[in-house]
Every structure is written in C-alpha cells, then in structure tokens.
Design a protein around this ligand. Structure first.
Ligand SMILES: [Zn+2]
Length: 269
C-alpha cells in the first residue's frame, strides 16, 4: 500500500512543479472560485479539472464537497502547481517535505440543488475527514499556523510559512494575492480519527525505512525537533527525538512508534 496517493480515488497524473525543498510538511487549501452561471451554478467539475490540467495549475487534489468525489493529480512526494511563485520570493509550491494542495470545487454564493452556499464551511464537506486523515499519515498536524482562513485579515507571514507544519489557506501564502478558500469548518480536525487510524499504522523502530518513517519524521519536525531529517530512515536522530516526544507525552520512552506513541505524535499541543 502506498500512502503517496489516496486510496480508492481517481488519478490523473500531471507534470509536477519540481522537487520539494524540504522542511515542515503542510497542506494548502483553495477553492476553484469560478464564475457562476445565471442560475448561480458552478461550472461542471470535469470542466474545471480539464481547465486546471490545460493551464498546468493543478493541485494535488480536486474535491467536490457535496458528493465527496476527489481526483488526484500528483503524488504526495511531488510539488503541485496551484500557487504563484514570484522570482526571488520564498518557495511556495515546493515548500516543505510535503505541500499538499487541495482545490475545493466551490465559489461563494453558488447554488447547488436549490440551496445557496456562502462558504465552503456551509457545504456538507463530504470526504473532508478522509482527506485530513490521509494528510495526518503524511505528517501534517491538525493546526492552522497562521490561523483559520477568513475572507479578510489573513496573515501572510513568511516566517510562519517557512517554519511551521500544518494547514494553510492560499490566503496565507507569501507572494500570492488570492484570498481563498474563505472560512473552513471549525470542526475539521474533530472526530474519532485516532481510533480509526490506529489499525492502519505500522509499529516502527530503529532501522525501519519507508513512507511511514517519513511521516514519523514529519511529525517530529512539527513537534519542534528541527534536527530530524525527513529521509525515510529511522536513524539514531529519529530515535532520540521519538524518546523525547514519548517522555513529553507520558508513554514509555522506548523509541518504538507503536499504538501508544502514534497518538502522542499526532496530537497537537
Ligand atoms: Zn487558491
């Protein structure tokens, strides 16, 4: 099982935006924000997806928050192309060990099945829990380092963007002018996800390699262990950082990431 592509969804691989620059893993949320027709309807999902492919501005995921339908354009280890990157500015699409971009198929005021929706948070957000759960396995913690996105008043702090793992809106990315996605659901990090995930996560220790080790390393970076490198090798540095986090979390400091330690790593202070 690979965790670089979400399981059970359509794939439409595209040319990526270059190799990742490294650093804390993050997600960036967008809305497609297309013009509505005279009935307030969004352009068809597939037409918007085709447009993004044609202009080369794809995110990792395009998501229909009413049906839960998702199309994935890039693996998690690749950079997407939905952010501007002005010359001389900080990295945007390539920032982090992961920079997972999601475009919600949404425009403010759209009419779907006779109902008008002002914000993405007002939609059913079907499938959002699955997307966030997948992001956790990539080491992206449940936190908005620059605050929850709003229509105005968002911070585009370059220092925060460079240094902090977690979730951002397009409205938080330096060098970009777009103000999307607007308000996201306040409960998007709630739910019984820890229990649901425990059965899917392996027990890891020194000498292990692979994508789940990268997730552990991303979570350690998010927990203020900058000495850890996201290299997929459970090395001495990783083990020492795991023990420190275990002590902090009040579980046995044995350096093994198992059912007791994953919840500590995934919990955000
Ligand atoms: Zn955007």
């Amino acid at each position: 099982m690979t965790s670089m592509w979400m399981s059970g969804i359509a794939r439409s691989a595209q040319r990526n935006g270059g190799s990742m620059a490294g650093g804390p893993p993050r997600a960036v949320w967008h809305i497609t924000w297309d013009a509505l027709d005279k009935h307030g309807r969004l352009p068809a999902f597939d037409n918007v997806a085709s447009y993004l492919r044609n202009v080369g501005y794809c995110p990792h995921l395009m998501w229909d928050p009413w049906s839960g339908r998702i199309v994935q354009f890039y693996g998690a280890e690749e950079s997407a192309r939905a952010l501007e990157h002005p010359p001389g500015g900080v990295e945007t699409n390539r920032m982090g060990s992961r920079c997972i971009q999601v475009e919600a198929w949404f425009s403010p005021g759209c009419v779907v099945n006779g109902k008008t929706y002002a914000t993405l948070a007002d939609t059913p957000c079907k499938g959002l829990e699955d997307i966030v759960a997948w992001m956790r396995t990539l080491g992206i913690p449940d936190v908005w380092p620059s605050g929850r996105p709003q229509w105005s008043g968002n911070s585009r702090s370059a220092a925060t963007w460079r240094g902090k793992a977690g979730h951002y809106g397009h409205c938080h990315v330096p060098g970009n002018s777009h103000g999307d996605p607007g308000p996201m659901p306040s409960g998007m990090f709630a739910g019984g996800w820890q229990e649901a995930m425990m059965g899917k996560l392996p027990t890891l220790g020194k000498g292990d390699t692979g994508e789940h080790v990268e997730s552990v390393q991303g979570l350690l970076l998010a927990r203020s262990h900058p000495e850890v490198h996201v290299n997929g090798h459970f090395d001495d540095v990783t083990e020492t950082a795991v023990k420190a986090v275990q002590k902090w979390g009040g579980v046995a400091a044995d350096g093994i990431v198992g059912p007791d330690t994953w919840p500590v790593l995934l919990r955000v202070k």
